[in-house]
Ligand binder design. Structure first.
Ligand SMILES: Nc1nc2c(ncn2[C@@H]2O[C@H](COP(=O)(O)OP(=O)(O)OP(=O)(O)O)[C@@H](O)[C@H]2O)c(=O)[nH]1
Length: 368
């Protein structure tokens, strides 16, 4: 049962990460548009002073487009297209100022800026694909600018440029690879419970929110279950916290073993687990959880000379019958769990209104 949970967690992580990336890239791109637009106004002014009216006019026009873009970038869904358009135009502009008849040698320093901008805004794959051809063209234009490579001094100049550009691209690429790895690791740690390896509370809540949104669209029913180990404090107090930790891991494995591929389980508190059972009717959810309750109660855990046997109580709330929001469903499931605890534990209670649907043991009056 590892796979479905990892898939769900992966999707949740990816969603939150891309959300972060999107807002970060949006503000970074807006900043770059503002800086480039302002710089172009200054360049246009100087071009007008120098009498190059058509170049100045073009730069002024480009700055107007950038300022409009800066405003549009706040909300546009076409962020990627804007970034591509910006980078391709900017890099082309760099190349044009390199091949102008009276080009300054300093124009070629922009070749080194290409990978920095492309990787910042597009990431490692698309950044590499976009910056590499422009950088190669920039180096070629530098070679043309130098004329024939007929002296060691000219060869050194060319080598300086090519080596510097190659190293810049390599280092920016390596940095981005390491940064992405570190980011993935960090998000994974934040979203996973360190003890059981199950998704953490925040990951569970994100999956619940996504499941709710999907169900609102498709109408597919689902159940939210809160499971709590009975008298867990007693295990800690009598056998120690190491034994308590082993029990938590043991329970996490049982839950993962028994659930279906479409279900989701996370550790939402100390000895509390949350389950999302998708596409399930209330009576089936109840039966499934009662089976699980039986499995937990029947399978004991070896701990040195001891054998630990635990039971758990389950509270179920069903969408849409018991609520439409995560808060309502949580509180309904919690209330059912509390009823189960006060009714003797080792039972499943569903938030069925107006009556109370309880597991067979409780109905028979024989809770363990
Ligand atoms: N070993 C261990 N214990 C934990 C962990 N997290 C919480 N606990 C303990 O879990 C216990 C929970 O106790 P209670 O909330 O009183 O619940 P309970 O003893 O299970 O009683 P009922 O829920 O009423 O059946 C506390 O003693 C916590 O210290 C953990 O990660 N490891």
């Amino acid at each position: 049962m590892d796979k479905p949970n990892q898939m769900d967690l992966g999707a949740t992580l990816e969603h939150s990460r891309s959300g972060l990336r999107d807002s970060h890239r949006r503000s970074l791109t807006r900043l770059l548009f503002t800086v480039t637009g302002t710089a172009l106004v200054l360049f246009a002014y100087m071009q007008f002073l120098a009498g190059a009216f058509w170049v100045g006019g073009a730069e002024l026009l480009a700055s107007v487009v950038l300022f409009i873009g800066c405003w549009r970038l706040k909300t546009t869904p076409q962020l990627q297209q804007w970034i591509y358009l910006y980078l391709a135009s900017l890099f082309s502009f760099f190349l044009i100022i390199m091949i102008l008849p009276n080009a300054s040698v300093t124009a070629f320093v922009w070749v080194l800026m290409m990978p920095v901008l492309a990787y910042l805004l597009l990431g490692k794959h698309e950044g590499l694909i976009l910056s590499m051809p422009f950088m190669m063209l920039g180096c070629y234009f530098y070679y043309r600018y130098l004329g024939s490579v007929d002296s060691p001094q000219v060869a050194i100049d060319l080598l300086n440029m090519v080596l510097c550009a190659g190293l810049m691209l390599t280092f920016v690429h390596l940095y981005e690879v390491r940064r992405e790895e570190a980011e993935s690791r960090l998000v994974e740690v934040a979203q996973t419970d360190g003890l059981t390896g199950l998704p953490s509370r925040s990951s569970f809540q994100a999956t619940l929110a996504r499941t709710l949104a999907e169900s609102e669209r498709s109408g597919a029913e689902f159940a939210l279950v809160i499971m709590d180990i009975d008298h867990f404090k007693l295990i800690n107090d009598t056998l120690g916290h190491v034994a308590g930790d082993k029990v938590l891991k043991h329970i996490a494995s049982r839950l993962q073993e028994r659930l279906r591929a479409t279900d989701f389980v996370g550790r939402i508190g100390g000895e509390e687990f949350g389950l999302i059972l998708r596409n399930v009717r209330p009576d089936h959810a109840f039966e499934l959880m009662d089976e699980l309750r039986q499995v937990v109660a029947d399978r004991d855990l070896r701990y040195g000379e001891d054998r630990i046997r635990v039971t758990a109580s389950f509270g179920i709330a069903h969408w849409p019958r018991h609520g439409h929001t995560a808060e309502t469903l949580f509180s309904m499931a919690d209330r059912s769990l509390y009823k189960g605890k006060t009714a003797g534990r080792n039972c499943v209670v569903s938030a069925e209104a107006p009556g109370l649907l309880r597991s067979r043991d409780i109905l028979a009056g024989g809770a363990a």
